[in-house]
Write a protein that binds this ligand. Structure first.
Ligand code: URA
Length: 434
């Protein structure tokens, strides 16, 4: 039995050499999965010291290639969300920041559990390619100022292996392991700075605010030690962002924001995160000036133009960007109606995320295919007045069996009460951690 498992089990600290050997051995497949799994469980309980975590992260980055984007001038800034329901912000944010002359190399993920994935949303665009070789990634970034792609297999391969083991051994929910997993990919993709959107609430990966704050703090500190400037925002994820939950319908809503419309909360979060990115990118001295530039990029259409450019370079059909009614829509429709009159008191993002996953917007197993045209459009949000029989949401789906399975999750997500609950402020930002 390797001594490193017992050392961590008993609360000891591993030296740098041992940590590098473990991460390297795991990614090359020379240490058995059962030993790595035992160590991961010990880390869940015992944690990693700041020094151990910094070495662990460095070893994860060193397990694969690291993109060098030095030929592209400027500070490259990415944004990452821990995952939400109706979270289409990246789709409008990246083009707007690029339109303000800060390059955005964005590597995103697919739907995970009940939360959506930016790659799945982008793939609602016919022809759009998210698998880019490093040279093409750099070429699109150079030409459009942004690139929206998936994780290449050669970047931080240790993370892919460790994540698969964590997923199978109930060891995902560890703050040092989550922080290093996210940052390894951001550092390997060549970003200089990162805005983290850490979700809090019933639709979030870590619903409890204290845990979300601890994750944000760890990511900011660990990123800083590794030379990546990070700012983290804790944002509310009790009800979905905006009105659309699904792939094509979320892309449609993001295009509305780029056209100067869209729901107020979606636009406000886009402007706020964009302003933070412009500050990190050295484009503006403070976020007030950043917000002004992002608003101007919406008003002038420069953000939408950047999205068009990126979609064209990545092989997507521009006709759906110019006319989003051409995006896929599932054929069947059900309306969820209010059973009583009152005020919408709760709109449970966790239930809606799980329900739309069953409809086919996300994956129950890794190999599942998503259906871009299924989803929900919310007619009411928390704080709205409703009369009995009013439509609360429109559900689009492709087959009755899935609707029957999703319905017990979707309908209870809407809770109508007798009193008006305080309406969420338009800003979803709860805290900033830097
Ligand atoms: N997302 C990641 O990329 N890694 C984790 O460990 C959890 C969420």
């Amino acid at each position: 039995m390797p001594t490193w498992i017992a050392c961590k089990r008993d609360g000891g600290e591993l030296d740098d050499g041992a940590l590098r050997t473990i991460v390297d051995g795991a990614s090359r497949g020379v240490i058995p999965d059962y030993q790595i799994s035992a160590l991961l469980m010990a880390i869940v309980w015992r944690g990693l010291s700041p020094r151990e975590l910094a070495t662990w992260l460095d070893a994860m980055v060193a397990s694969g290639d690291r993109l060098r984007l030095d030929r592209i001038p400027g500070i490259k800034v990415d944004k990452h969300s821990t995952g939400g329901v109706g979270d289409k912000i990246s789709l409008c944010l990246a083009p707007l920041v690029a339109a303000c002359d800060v390059p955005v190399p964005m590597m995103s993920g697919r739907s995970l559990g009940h939360t959506g994935g930016t790659l799945d949303k982008l793939e609602s665009i016919p022809g759009f390619r998210t698998a880019l070789e490093p040279r093409e990634f750099e070429r699109v970034l150079a030409k459009a100022g942004l690139v929206l792609a998936g994780q290449s297999a050669r970047l931080a391969p240790a993370d892919r292996l460790l994540y698969a083991l964590r997923d199978a051994t109930a060891t995902v929910e560890s703050i040092p392991l989550i922080a290093s997993s996210i940052l390894a990919k951001k550092i390997a993709e060549g970003a200089d700075a990162l805005v983290m959107d850490v979700k809090v609430g019933c639709g979030a990966f870590l619903p409890e605010r204290g845990r979300a704050r601890a994750l944000a703090r760890t990511i900011v500190d660990l990123g800083g030690r590794a030379g990546l400037r990070v700012i983290a925002l804790l944002t509310a994820m009790d009800q979905p962002i905006g009105r659309a939950v699904g792939n094509a319908c979320e892309l449609r809503e993001a295009i509305e924001v780029l056209r100067g419309d869209g729901p107020a909360d979606t636009r406000a979060l886009t402007v706020r995160l964009g302003a933070e990115m412009l500050v990190l990118g050295g484009r503006v001295p403070d976020r007030r000036n950043g917000a002004t530039l992002i608003e101007a990029a919406i008003a002038s259409g420069a953000g939408l133009e950047r999205l068009r450019k990126c979609v064209a370079l990545q092989g997507g059909d521009l006709r759906v960007i110019d006319d989003p009614s051409r995006l896929p829509q599932a054929p069947r429709v059900k309306i969820i109606r209010a059973r009583t009159s009152g005020w919408l008191a709760r709109l449970d993002a966790g239930l809606l995320g799980r329900g739309t996953t069953i409809l086919g917007a996300g994956r129950l197993r890794k190999e599942d295919l998503v259906n871009p045209g299924v989803g929900i459009e919310l007619d009411r949000k928390v704080g709205d007045r409703v009369e009995r029989g009013d439509p609360l949401a429109t559900v689009r789906f492709a087959d009755d069996a899935r609707w029957s399975a999703a319905r017990p999750l979707l309908e209870p997500a809407f809770v109508v009460g007798p009193k008006r609950v305080p309406v969420h402020p338009t800003s979803l930002v709860l805290e900033t951690i830097s």
